[in-house]
Design a protein around this ligand. Structure first.
Ligand SMILES: O=c1ccn([C@@H]2O[C@H](COP(=O)(O)OP(=O)(O)O[C@H]3O[C@H](CO)[C@@H](O)[C@H](O)[C@H]3O)[C@@H](O)[C@H]2O)c(=O)[nH]1
Ligand SMILES: [Mn+2]
Length: 744
C-alpha cells in the first residue's frame, strides 16, 4: 500500500492565477490606449503637432513600447504559479537510494576565503544521506595549494564533526554557522551534560581547524594565490597517515572527498565556471559516476541536511522522473539585513518568477543549489548502436570515460590502491586543458560555453530538448550563500549577468528563434524576458532625461490634465505599483522592500544593465572578449557597518557614480524649474506629468542626495564626483545636447 502514496504534491495557486490574469488584461487595455494616443498624435496634422518636436515624442514612445513589451513577456511568469510539498519519509530504504556526486567550484582564495569554502565542503560531507553514496568534488580553478591543504584540514575536522552531528542530530551542519548561531535551543542534544561537553570539544577543534587554515595563508604567502597557468591535479583526500586513529573515538564512514584542479594554460581558452564543471563531469565520471549531481558555488553551504532526500522525492517519482532533468532550490543568503537595501535576496526571482515557471516546464537552472541527472549532459549521443569511434569524437578519447557514459548507473568506485593510481592518472588526463579540443564539450555536451550565463543557457537548451525541471522552496532554506552587500560588487556582478543574458538573446539561442524546441510559448516568453530584461536600461535612461530636458526647454510631451487621455498615465503607474506591492505582500515583504526593489532596479538599469548591454554588443561585433570576475566574498568591517545601518556603500568607480549623480541633478533642476513655473505661470495642467516624474525620481534618489550632502562616513559619494557631475556632465553634455538634439 505504502508505495501508492505520492512522494510529492503540487499546489496550484488558484486565486493568485485569477488575480494575475485579470490584472494582465486590464493593464494591457491601458497600454493599448496609450499606444493609440501616441500613434494618433504622430499622425495628427494640426498646428499643435507642427509646433511639437518629433524626436522627444519618438523617444518616449519607443521607451513606452519597449517597457510594455518586456512587461508583456514577464506576464508568462504570472500565468500559473505553483508550489510543492515533499514526503521524504516515504522514500525507499537507504540502501535503495541512488548515489550522488557533489560539485563545488572555487577559483580565487583571495576573493573566496578558504575557510568559507571549507565550510561548504564540510556541510556537503555531512548531508543526511548514506555516506557511502556521497562523493564530494571540489574544483579549484586557481590551482592554489592553500585550497588543497585546507581540504586536508577540513577532512580531519570532518572526522570529528560528522559523528557529533549524527549523534546529537544537529540541524545546522555548516560549522561556522552552527557555532556563531546565538540560540542552540533547537538542538536535539539539548542541555545534557554529555552534549555540552562534546560541543565544547568540537568547538575547540573547530577553532584549531580555523586557525590552521588561516595560518596556511601566511605560511604559503604568494604561493597560494590563484594562477592561470598550472598542471592538472586530482587528489583523493585520505587524511593524515601520522594522525593516530585512536584520537577519533568512533571512526566514522565519510563520503569520498576529491580535490580537482583542471589544467590551465594562458594559451588555451578556459571557459570559466562552465569549463571547470565540465572537467568535473569527466573526472567524476571515472571515479564515482553517480547518476545524480548536486552543484554548489563555493559560498553556498548546505543549510538543511535533508535537501538530497527532498530532491529524491521528485527524481524518484515515477510520474516525473523520465523527463525530469533537475530539481532547483532557491538561492538564499545568510547575510541579509532586515532592510535589504540592495535587494540582494532576489525575492521576486525565487518566489514569483521561479514558481511561475514551475507551473510551466520548470524553473531556469540557477547556477547553484540544484540536483541534476548526469545523463542530461550527454546530449542525444549515447544511444544504442552508436559506434565507439563516433562517440569518442563527441566525448574525447578516454576509454575509461566511454565506459562511464555507456554504463552511467554502474558506479566505478575506487577499491584498491593500484586501481586508484591508474584512475587518478586517467582523471588527470580528463582534466587536461586540451582534452576536450575538437569534441562536443561545451557545444552539445556538458555546460555550454557560449555565454557567461552558462547556467541559464544550459538549462534553456535542456528544456528545448524536452527535459523538465522542478522548483522547491520551503521556509527553511536548503542552501545559504553570501549575498553582495555593497554597491560595487552588486553592480559589477550585474554587468556580468546582464551581458551574459544579452549574449544569449542576441545569438542563435534567442528563445524565440532557437529550435527545434519542445518548449511551450509561455516558457519561451519567460526565457526571453530573462535574456532581454537588461534592455530596461534604454527606457529608464530615456524617462530620466527626455521629459526633464523637454520641461527645461518648454516642450510638453504628455497630455494635459484636462485631456481624456491623461488618466492612462497615472493609471498605468498605479496599476503596476499596486500589483508589485501585492506580490511583495504575498511573498512576505513590506513597503520597504517595495522602495528598495524599485530603487535598485533603477540604479542597476542606469548603470550595470547599460554597461552589460554595451558589453554584449561589443562582444558580438568582436570588440571585446568574454571575462568572468568572480564575485567578492570577503567583507570589510566598514562595509558591514554601513550595510547594517541601511546606508548604501558608494565606494565604487566613477563609471557607476557619475551617471547616477548627474541624473539626480538633472531631475532636481527640472523639478525646481517645473515648480517655479507652476507658481509663477500657473500652468500646472500642462506640466503635471513631467514634474511628477522628476519628483518620483528624486524621492527614489534620496540615498544619493544623502550621500552627497549629509553623510560624512567613508561610504559617502566623493565630492570629486559631485563636482565633476555639476560642472562637466550636466552643464556641458546633458543640457546643451538636450536643447539641440531634442528640439527637432
Ligand atoms: O573561472 C571561474 C569563475 C568562477 N568560478 C566559480 O563559479 C561560482 C560562481 O561565481 P560567483 O563569482 O559567485 O558568481 P555569482 O555571480 O555570484 O554567481 C551566479 O551567477 C553565475 C553565472 O554568472 C552562476 O554560475 C552562479 O552559480 C550564480 O550563483 C563560484 O563558486 C566561483 O568560484 C569558477 O569555478 N571558475
Ligand atoms: Mn556567488
Amino acid at each position: 500500500m505504502a508505495d501508492l502514496q505520492p512522494l510529492n504534491l503540487l499546489h496550484v495557486h488558484k486565486s493568485n492565477i485569477i488575480i494575475n490574469r485579470a490584472h494582465t488584461l486590464l493593464h494591457s487595455i491601458a497600454i493599448a490606449f496609450l499606444i493609440y494616443y501616441r500613434v494618433s498624435f504622430l499622425f495628427q496634422n494640426d498646428k499643435e503637432t507642427r509646433s511639437t518636436p518629433t524626436w522627444p515624442w519618438l523617444l518616449v514612445f519607443f521607451s513606452e513600447l519597449l517597457l510594455s513589451f518586456i512587461w508583456l513577456l514577464g506576464q508568462a511568469f504570472k500565468w500559473r504559479r505553483v508550489s510543492r510539498t515533499v514526503f521524504p519519509e516515504r522514500l525507499p530504504e537507504d540502501d535503495k537510494l541512488p548515489a550522488i556526486d557533489i560539485f563545488i567550484c572555487t577559483v580565487d582564495p583571495n576573493r573566496e576565503p578558504t575557510i568559507g569554502v571549507m565550510n561548504t565542503v564540510i556541510s556537503a560531507l555531512s548531508l543526511d544521506y548514506p555516506p557511502e553514496k556521497l562523493h564530494v568534488y571540489l574544483s579549484d580553478d586557481g590551482g592554489s595549494s592553500l585550497t588543497l591543504k585546507g581540504m586536508r584540514e577540513a577532512w580531519e575536522f570532518a572526522k570529528w564533526w560528522i559523528p557529533f552531528c549524527n549523534k546529537f542530530r544537529i540541524q545546522d551542519r555548516c560549522p561556522e554557522a552552527y557555532f556563531s548561531a546565538i540560540s542552540l535551543a533547537d538542538d536535539v542534544g539539548g542541555n545534557s551534560d554529555e552534549f555540552l561537553k562534546q560541543r565544547e570539544i568540537i568547538k575547540q577543534k573547530y577553532q584549531e581547524f580555523k586557525e590552521r587554515v588561516n595560518g596556511l595563508k601566511e605560511i604559503l604567502g604568494d604561493a597560494c594565490s590563484a594562477s592561470g597557468d598550472h598542471p592538472p591535479v586530482v587528489e583523493v583526500i585520505e587524511g593524515n597517515p601520522h594522525d593516530s586513529k585512536a584520537q577519533v573515538l568512533e571512526q566514522p564512514i565519510l563520503p569520498l572527498l576529491v580535490y580537482v584542479s583542471r589544467e590551465k594554460r594562458p594559451s588555451q581558452p578556459q571557459h570559466f565556471k562552465a569549463g571547470a564543471l565540465n572537467a568535473l563531469l569527466r573526472v567524476s565520471g571515472v571515479i564515482s559516476n553517480s547518476p545524480y549531481i548536486l552543484m554548489l558555488d563555493c559560498d553556498m553551504y548546505c543549510n538543511d541536511p535533508t535537501s538530497a532526500r527532498q530532491a529524491m522525492c521528485f527524481h524518484l517519482d515515477p510520474k516525473l522522473s523520465s523527463s525530469l532533468a533537475f530539481v532547483q532550490f532557491p538561492q538564499r543568503f545568510h547575510n541579509i539585513a532586515t532592510n535589504d537595501i540592495y535587494d540582494c535576496q532576489y525575492r521576486s526571482t525565487y518566489t514569483v518568477l521561479w514558481q511561475g515557471m514551475d507551473g510551466l516546464e520548470g524553473p531556469v537552472l540557477s547556477g547553484t543549489g540544484f540536483y541534476i541527472k548526469r545523463v542530461c549532459f550527454c546530449g542525444d549521443y549515447v544511444q544504442e548502436g552508436t559506434d565507439l569511434m563516433e562517440l569518442k569524437s563527441y566525448f574525447g578519447p578516454s576509454n575509461e570515460f566511454m565506459k562511464s557514459i555507456l554504463h552511467y548507473n554502474k558506479p566505478n568506485l575506487i577499491n584498491n590502491r593500484e586501481s586508484t593510481n591508474s584512475l587518478i592518472k586517467e582523471a588527470k588526463f580528463l582534466a587536461s586543458s586540451t582534452y576536450a579540443d575538437q569534441t562536443k564539450w561545451g557545444k552539445d555536451v556538458g555546460f555550454l560555453y557560449y555565454a557567461v550565463a552558462e547556467d541559464y543557457l544550459t538549462g534553456f537548451t535542456l528544456q528545448c530538448k524536452g527535459w523538465t525541471s522542478v522548483f522547491h522552496a520551503t521556509s527553511m532554506p536548503q542552501f545559504l550563500g553570501t549575498a553582495t552587500t555593497n554597491l560595487n560588487d552588486l553592480l559589477t556582478q550585474g554587468i556580468r549577468w546582464s551581458s551574459g543574458l544579452m549574449d544569449v538573446g542576441l545569438s542563435k539561442f534567442c528563445p524565440f528563434i532557437y529550435g527545434p524546441s519542445k518548449m511551450s510559448f509561455h516558457g519561451k516568453m519567460c526565457y526571453a524576458e530573462l535574456s532581454f530584461f537588461p534592455l530596461y536600461c534604454l527606457p529608464l535612461w530615456c524617462f530620466a532625461t527626455v521629459p526633464q530636458l523637454c520641461l527645461l526647454n518648454g516642450t510638453s510631451i504628455y497630455p494635459e490634465v484636462s485631456n481624456p487621455f491623461f488618466i492612462i498615465f497615472p493609471f498605468i503607474f498605479m496599476s503596476s505599483s499596486i500589483k508589485l506591492l501585492y506580490e511583495i505582500f504575498i511573498t512576505g515583504g513590506s513597503y520597504r522592500s517595495w522602495i528598495n526593489e524599485q530603487r535598485i532596479w533603477m540604479i542597476k538599469s542606469i548603470t550595470s544593465h547599460l554597461y552589460g548591454c554595451l558589453d554584449a554588443f561589443m562582444k558580438r561585433i568582436g570588440m571585446r572578449k568574454t571575462s568572468f570576475l568572480a564575485t567578492n566574498k570577503v567583507d570589510d568591517d566598514e562595509q558591514v557597518m554601513l550595510y547594517k545601518k541601511g546606508l548604501i556603500d558608494f565606494r565604487t568607480s566613477a563609471m557607476f557614480l557619475a551617471p547616477l549623480v548627474t541624473l539626480m541633478m538633472l531631475n532636481m533642476v527640472s523639478f525646481v524649474v517645473g515648480m517655479a513655473r507652476l507658481i509663477l505661470v500657473g500652468d500646472l495642467e500642462k506640466w503635471f506629468l513631467q514634474v511628477s516624474i522628476s519628483f518620483y525620481i528624486l524621492v527614489m534618489s534620496y540615498p544619493i542626495m544623502e550621500g552627497i550632502l549629509i553623510r560624512k562616513d567613508k561610504g559617502r559619494i566623493p565630492p570629486s564626483i559631485t563636482i565633476f557631475s555639476a560642472s562637466v556632465t550636466l552643464p556641458l553634455i546633458f543640457l546643451p545636447l538636450g536643447s539641440r538634439f531634442l528640439m527637432y
